[in-house]
Design a protein around this ligand. Structure first.
Ligand SMILES: Nc1nc2c(ncn2[C@@H]2O[C@H](COP(=O)(O)OP(=O)(O)O)[C@@H](O)[C@H]2O)c(=O)[nH]1
Ligand SMILES: [Mg+2]
Length: 490
């Protein structure tokens, strides 16, 4: 997701990071690249225009011109503005404490209304609510059946009226039925059209005025780009939207829709659909999405997914340790094992900070093999070595290599990678947002300029930050290295 946008933005920033001083003209070039990237990502023109105006205003201000690290500042500004633009956060469904709350789902046909209705109901049930689904899409007989099948699958009752033509009546009857039973949330799965038309809007308006839903959500297919933007506008004019749910963000949606939705509808993006399965619904976090757009990866989402799948205690311990900046081979392996269980490596890599850039360079099958090898190497270490990697000298490396059936150089390589990771963990643990971004940028730069030694051991592992002069020197060294490599390849 967001890959093309991500690539474009890092391109824009790479271009900036080579400049010593930020001038109005060289920054404008970067800003134009950002703007084009956003437009290419299918963000609506209006939203992009408004977004760029805000960024420009901030970036062209005095502060930036006086700054020592213009690219860092620009990243920070774009990041902050993206968060503002896609925010504010409101994942609450605002359900009533007593009585029946009504959620109305609307959107174009195929946007994912029925699927999302099921996902929401499942989530509510897990939270201890008693939802009931209402089959109010009477356009196609199959739609009612689809909802009934979903309901059976997740163990949630579905209200449907055989042969009824009027969806407003079905919804009204469902409200009465809910009051009779002990159900406390009704989710109305309404009909959509391929394109917005008056008949559809009238039908939805009638349901809204007669059933008086507590929340009206627009379901938007993030893959549809400009269409999503246009339809959001129309739905928002007809109904007072309380929230937007973006679907199909697991696919190769170019993601611009996320940027436009809040701007157009004024309603927050509540959730995002990330798959066809009933558990593939995630809360929307603008800060994470902004991080993702900027190529910082999405470690928080990764942790959240992990939390669902793995032993809570173990994870809590690990988080504590990460907070303190402690990181051993045992943590390293645990992290690797957990990420392995999370799904195909490619998906995981995209979530790890900095990995977006190298993901394309790596052959996934090879990467899977590497992971297995890594496991073997760590298994061949003693408990002491795992807890205290500094112990691992050359003779220990030989023993470990023999145990794992690999070469000594491979063990050295793993130790090096571990060292780099540990120092990043240490750095990240004590830093605020700005510092974290910087650490990740550093990591990204290392990986993109030096993909062979994926995680070269970092200098200054005492956690001390490099001075600008030292950073410049390091960058030069990397560039020289890269040139050498290019020359050698010719
Ligand atoms: N990959 C993916 N597919 C989705 C998602 N949400 C819905 N779909 C699929 O999109 C298609 C249309 O969904 P449906 O709920 O029937 O749309 P509706 O016409 O708005 O009710 C179905 O094949 C769903 O499985 C999602 O988040 N990710
Ligand atoms: Mg449907």
């Amino acid at each position: 997701m967001f890959e093309s946008l991500q690539n474009k933005l890092s391109e824009a920033f790479r271009h900036l990071s080579g400049k010593a001083v930020l001038t109005e003209s060289n920054m404008k070039e970067g800003l134009t690249m950002i703007q084009n990237a956003l437009l290419e990502a299918d963000a609506g023109y209006e939203a992009v225009k408004a977004f760029m105006a805000r960024v420009q205003e901030k970036a062209l201000g005095e502060k930036v011109l006086k700054s020592l690290r213009p690219s860092d500042q620009l990243v920070k500004i774009v990041h902050e503005e993206l968060i503002q633009f896609m925010g504010p956060v409101d994942n609450d469904l605002h359900l009533k404490r007593s009585g029946v709350s009504i959620i109305m789902m609307c959107g174009l046909q195929g946007s994912g209304k029925t699927t999302t209705t099921g996902k929401l109901a499942r989530m509510l049930k897990i939270r201890g609510r008693k939802p009931m689904l209402v089959a109010a899409d009477l356009q196609r007989p199959a739609a009612v059946r689809q909802l009934q099948v979903l309901g059976e699958q997740i163990g949630i009752p579905v209200y449907a009226e055989e042969g009824e033509q009027n969806p407003v009546k079905v919804c009204n009857d469902a409200v009465k039925e809910a009051e009779k039973t002990d159900c406390d949330v009704l989710i109305l799965d309404t009909a959509g059209r391929l394109h917005i038309d008056e008949a559809l809007m009238d039908e939805l308006k009638k349901i809204e005025s007669q059933c008086n839903p507590d929340q009206v959500y627009l379901v938007v297919d993030a893959m549809t780009g400009q269409d999503a933007v246009v339809s959001a506008k129309a739905f928002n004019d007809a109904l007072a939207l309380n929230g937007v749910i973006l679907t199909k963000l697991d696919g190769d949606a170019r993601g611009g829709a996320a940027l436009s939705m809040r701007h157009i509808s004024g309603a927050p993006i509540k959730f995002m659909g990330v798959g066809e399965q009933m558990d593939a619904l995630e809360e929307f976090h603008p800060d994470r999405m902004a991080g993702r757009i900027l190529g910082m990866g999405d470690i928080l989402t990764l942790v959240e997914t992990a939390q669902r799948e793995f032993d809570q205690d173990e994870l809590r311990q690990q988080e504590e340790r990460m907070k303190k900046g402690e990181f051993t081979f045992d943590d390293f392996r645990r992290m690797m094992n957990q990420t392995r269980r999370l799904g195909p490596l490619g998906k995981i890599l995209g979530m790890i900070p900095g990995m977006g850039a190298i993901k394309q360079m790596m052959d996934m099958d090879v990467a899977e093999n590497e992971m297995k090898k890594l496991g073997g190497i760590i298994d061949s270490m003693t408990k002491k070595e795992r807890a205290n990697p500094d112990l691992i000298d050359n003779s220990r490396k030989k023993r470990i290599a023999a145990g794992a059936g690999v070469g000594v150089n491979e063990v050295s390589e793993i130790c090096k990678q571990f060292g780099a990771m540990a120092s990043i963990m240490k750095k990240m643990s004590g830093l605020g947002m700005g510092g974290k971004m910087q650490a990740m940028q550093e990591l990204t730069r290392q990986m993109t300029t030096n993909p062979q030694a994926r995680l070269a051991k970092q200098k200054g592992s005492t956690g001390k930050r490099l001075t600008p002069a030292e950073r410049a020197k390091q960058r030069k060294e990397l560039e020289r290295e890269l040139k050498r490599k290019r020359r050698a390849e010719k």
